[in-house]
Design a protein around this ligand. Structure first.
Ligand SMILES: *[C@@H]1O[C@H](CO)[C@@H](O)[C@H](O)[C@H]1NC(C)=O
Length: 212
């Protein structure tokens, strides 16, 4: 009986294993455009260990900007080894008072680990419920794929977090910059779609560099 079962399993699984293409990795070739499945693969002969390591997290990003925050991405574009692996990472630096404004990563869920300081983070569900919490060093929070979310440094010193994504290219769209930093979004349309008045839209465009 066991022999029959064994033979059944052997033959029933053979077609699947024979068809499965086993590929260890597909290191990004960034000279070609990125498609829905990621970048094309570099020729395996030209892959080196440097494709599988990333050394951009050893120092803080430059937070001398309007949001007092810096994101150092290690997505497939910067870290070719993650291409095709369904994973990527980034370092987040927030100076005192720094904020990552309301934003979304259309391509992936985010997992955030606070490594320094104190961060108030939250996301808004499709039912418009806000889930937010103050996170201290060592705390972890997950932000479901595609949902709007934010991070604010609510401590006295710098805050640092390492985030990871279940996508090699999760994307990043910051709502306020999409609206008020665009070079060709007419104010008349922005006013209609946001319910803001002309003076408010002009003011925000002035701050975030939008024209049009
Ligand atoms: C940080 O960014 C600011 C504004 O772009 C720039 O003036 C400054 O030189 C940068 N600092 C470093 C250390 O790169």
């Amino acid at each position: 009986m066991l022999t029959i079962l064994f033979l059944f399993l052997l033959f029933s699984s053979t077609p699947f294993s024979a068809n499965a293409a086993v590929q260890d990795f597909c290191v990004a070739d960034p000279t070609l455009p990125e498609g829905p499945a990621g970048y094309s693969c570099k020729k395996p002969a030209s892959v080196t260990v440097n494709d599988f390591t990333f050394s951009g997290f050893e120092k803080a990003g430059n937070t001398s900007n309007i949001i007092k925050a810096a994101v150092t991405p290690a997505f497939a574009a910067q870290f070719p080894g993650v291409n095709g692996l369904g994973i990527s990472t980034a370092r987040l630096d927030l100076a005192p008072g720094g904020v990552v404004p309301l934003h979304t990563h259309p391509g992936g869920t985010e997992l955030l680990v606070v490594t320094e300081g104190c961060i108030q983070a939250g996301f808004i569900s499709s039912a418009n419920t806000v889930y937010y919490e103050i996170l201290a060093e060592g705390d972890v929070m997950v932000f479901p794929q595609g949902l709007l979310h934010f991070q604010i440094n609510v401590g006295d010193g710098n805050a640092v977090a390492i985030v990871s994504f279940n996508s090699p290219s999760p994307g990043l769209q910051i709502t306020s910059i999409a609206l008020f930093g665009s070079k060709n979004f007419p104010s008349s349309i922005i006013e209609k779609v946001t319910f803001l008045d002309d003076a408010q839209v002009k003011k925000l465009k002035g701050v975030l560099g939008g024209t049009g």
